[in-house]
Design a protein around this ligand. Structure first.
Ligand code: HPA
Ligand code: ZN
Length: 331
């Protein structure tokens, strides 16, 4: 077996938990601010990096929403997604299911068509390079059910460019059940369903995501490990968890990477995957997440291969008959 670094580098993988807005690097934030004449509360890239120290999810979200204020034009969304997709390809990512937060843009006057067209152009380029990409529209759970419905309706003209819907932003106080009817409507549109749950929220929120929303994957899911019956459910139904080690460290979901539960999840028979979440904010892209957590908890080359295989199995892509890995029918 080749060494761990070589296995991480060379193993094909899917990334299933990446918020494209969370891939906005400080350098690009400055470039876009200049291009669009948007004032920034930072004097330098170094100052931005120094600001990225978070005590919890909300402290991160405040800077995440502030940072994306520089995204204004179709070109901005093209450049953002294109940079991420090139970076992912360099990590041997063969398929991406990419989250985006339309309400974070429409809420400040950027039309949905602007981001849909920019993202679509980046996706077309990525496909030409051989990396398939699908889009998952996330509802901001701190906003109302009515606003989520408005967003789903507004997205209908782009139905065929969407793979599914998800649920993100401030978790505690906004249980999945708040969006039961929106997810029913999304299911009726033929969209796939995922939800962030159990990042800061209790195991009950993971149950709700499964039983009330009908989520097919759980984003994060760390706190599911507190509930043995829930672990059994996730294992028996092979519900994947899209786990994000560096995010968990930076948002204090774990105190120390050595205490990260990724190995325990595998040992419990869960379909765990490794992802970057918001790589520009948490200090690493997908392979950095693999390297750092592998070193911290002592993953073997076989564990790496299991995690990578899990990501391909957990994706919603449909392998072409006789085709190789990463081949999709896909929207
Ligand atoms: N959790 C919730 N909302 C988010 C995250 C996250 O990790 N990243 C971007 N939006
Ligand atoms: Zn996330």
């Amino acid at each position: 077996m080749p060494n761990l670094n070589e296995v991480i580098r060379s193993t094909p993988k899917a990334e299933l938990h990446i918020h494209v807005e969370g891939s906005l690097e400080p350098r690009m934030m400055f470039d876009l601010a200049r291009r669009n004449g948007v004032p920034l509360p930072y004097g330098s890239v170094e100052e931005v990096r120094r600001a990225y120290s978070f005590g919890n999810l909300q402290e991160f979200l405040d800077l995440y929403y502030e940072g994306m204020n520089v995204l204004r034009t179709e070109e901005d969304f093209l450049d953002l997604a294109d940079a991420y997709l090139r970076r992912a390809a360099a990590d041997n990512v063969v398929h991406v299911e990419m989250f985006f937060d339309p309400q974070a843009h429409t809420g400040r006057g950027v039309p949905l068509s602007t981001l849909m067209d920019g993202l679509e152009r980046a996706i077309a380029r990525s496909r030409e390079r051989g990396v398939s990409v699908s889009l998952i529209l996330c509802f901001l759970r701190h906003l109302t059910e009515g606003e989520a419905f408005e967003t789903l309706e507004a997205a209908e003209p782009w139905r065929d460019r969407l793979l599914g819907v998800g649920l993100d932003s401030s978790e505690v106080g906004h249980p999945p059940s708040k969006f039961a009817r929106v997810f029913d409507a999304a299911r009726d549109m033929g969209l796939r369903l995922v939800a962030h749950a159990g990042e800061e929220g209790p195991p009950e929120y993971v149950w709700e995501a499964l039983d009330i929303l009908g989520a097919e994957r759980i984003d994060h899911g760390n706190r599911a490990l507190e509930d043995d019956a829930l672990v059994a459910r996730l294992r028996d139904d092979r519900i994947p968890l899209t786990v994000c080690p560096l995010s968990n460290l930076e948002l204090r979901v774990v105190d120390d990477l050595a205490a990260h539960p990724i190995k325990r999840m595998l040992d419990l028979g869960l379909v765990a995957t490794v992802n970057s979440d918001d790589p520009a904010y948490f200090g690493g892209y997908i392979n950095d997440n693999f390297h750092r957590v592998a070193e911290a908890v002592g993953l073997s080359p076989e564990d790496i291969q299991t995690l990578a295989k899990n990501s391909l199995d957990a994706s919603f892509m449909v392998p072409e008959v006789g085709g190789g890995q990463g081949v999709v029918r896909n929207r």
